[in-house]
Design a protein around this ligand. Structure first.
Ligand code: ADP
Ligand code: MG
Length: 357
């Protein structure tokens, strides 16, 4: 009797789908497959950096992110103030990716009793610092105790004119592929921090000072959102056809644009902007520098496409690199190496679930 029951249970169990099999995006697709919209002002739901909601002549942009201790941050080397700053910035970045202006945010916290009020003061000092810098109003949130560790969820509201919003889905064959700033440093910063981790004291109320490798560590611990790009592009009369922020690595974000826009791409490896010191450090870690840019993530730069005719307006703008172009879907998604080889672009971003974390 008992044996039979056990067998049934284990059969049922073996039919269950593991999250590792699905991956993060497979899981989101599966969970949201029956979602319907009831309101015509829901202009864009799931699938972009932010939802887009009609509001008179304007649109409201809405995005949320969850940061979990041990998955997204490690308090061994992440100062609380930086964590608060980063939690706000990664959300602001999603509004920048829609070509919008960030306006209001809420911050929700779940914390275990291991944290002191002073530690959380520091966290909030970081949140408030980001709000001051990006002119965002903190308008609410929620606070809960937690069995273990810390979770921070930030929700942000932004605004844009309807015609200004840039979706992931607007890229057309022939468009130029552009990226702001430089890539890969945040990942190298993470590797440095991981290497140094053993020397840090594990005490939730005492945190390490940051020394050396300032640029790479700063990119990892204290990223900035490229809200300046909206005005820069407005100023030179360029409207991106598609845009996304680089949270998971260049490869993964390019693939999002290609998938949502139904296009292919040609990316030139030699054109990927990488800081010189980061390039050297990557080699020390036996990582090909472009791989740090393609797969590393957390740089929070913007990847966008523009019409080919905008080339002249963009080509001499410092801080913007033209790294390739969009092709038809049938031409595939390739990176061209300096010696002319075509390599298929594969997503190797931070897919926490695939890593079995
Ligand atoms: P980003 O990297 O820009 O924060 P994500 O990759 O986290 O975006 O999410 C991709 C899309 O899926 C977004 O539109 C997001 O709102 C949506 N999404 C993520 N998780 C869920 C969920 N649990 N339920 C519904 N939608 C989700
Ligand atoms: Mg995003």
């Amino acid at each position: 009797m008992y044996e039979k029951k056990d067998k049934k249970t284990s059969e049922a169990k073996s039919k269950l789908t593991s999250l590792a099999e699905l991956g993060e995006f497979g899981l989101i697709d599966r969970l949201t497959r029956n979602v319907k919209h009831y309101h015509p002002d829901t202009l864009k739901g799931i699938g972009d950096d932010a939802a887009v909601i009609g509001s008179g002549d304007k649109v409201m942009l809405l995005s949320t992110d969850l940061l979990v201790e041990g998955i997204h941050f490690d308090l061994t080397y992440m100062p609380f103030k930086h964590l608060g700053y980063k939690a706000a910035v990664v959300n602001i970045s999603d509004i920048a990716a829609m070509n919008g202006i960030p306006k209001q945010m809420t911050v929700s916290l779940a914390v275990s009793s291991r944290f002191s009020a002073e530690a959380l003061d520091e966290l909030y000092a970081g949140v408030v610092m980001a709000c001051d810098k990006y002119k965002v109003d903190l308008v609410g949130g929620d606070t809960s105790s937690n069995v273990k560790g810390m979770m921070i969820s930030v929700t942000i509201i932004g605004e844009a004119n309807k015609e200004e919003v840039t979706y992931r889905s607007g890229a057309k064959s022939g468009d130029l592929l552009c990226v702001t700033g430089d890539l890969g440093s945040a990942y190298i910063g993470l590797l440095i921090l991981e290497r140094e981790k053993s020397v840090f004291q594990v005490d939730p109320n005492m945190q390490p000072e940051l020394t050396g490798f300032d640029y790479q560590i700063g990119r990892q611990l204290r990223p900035e959102a490229r809200t300046d790009i909206r005005n820069l592009l407005l100023g030179i009369g360029v409207k991106p056809t598609a845009m996304i922020d680089i949270s998971d690595g260049l490869a993964s974000e390019i693939l999002h644009i290609c998938k949502q826009s139904g296009v292919g791409c040609k990316l030139f490896e030699a054109k990927i902007p990488i800081d010189e010191d980061t390039r050297e450090l990557a080699k020390e870690y036996k990582i090909i520098p472009s791989v740090a840019a393609l797969s590393g993530g957390e740089d929070y730069e913007l990847l966008f496409t523009v019409k080919q005719e905008d080339y002249e307006k963009l080509k001499d703008i410092s801080g913007i690199s033209i790294i390739g172009h969009i092709t038809s879907a049938s031409e595939g998604k390739f990176m061209i190496t300096p010696d002319g080889k075509s390599i298929p672009i594969l997503a190797q971003g931070w897919d926490g679930m695939k890593e079995g974390r």
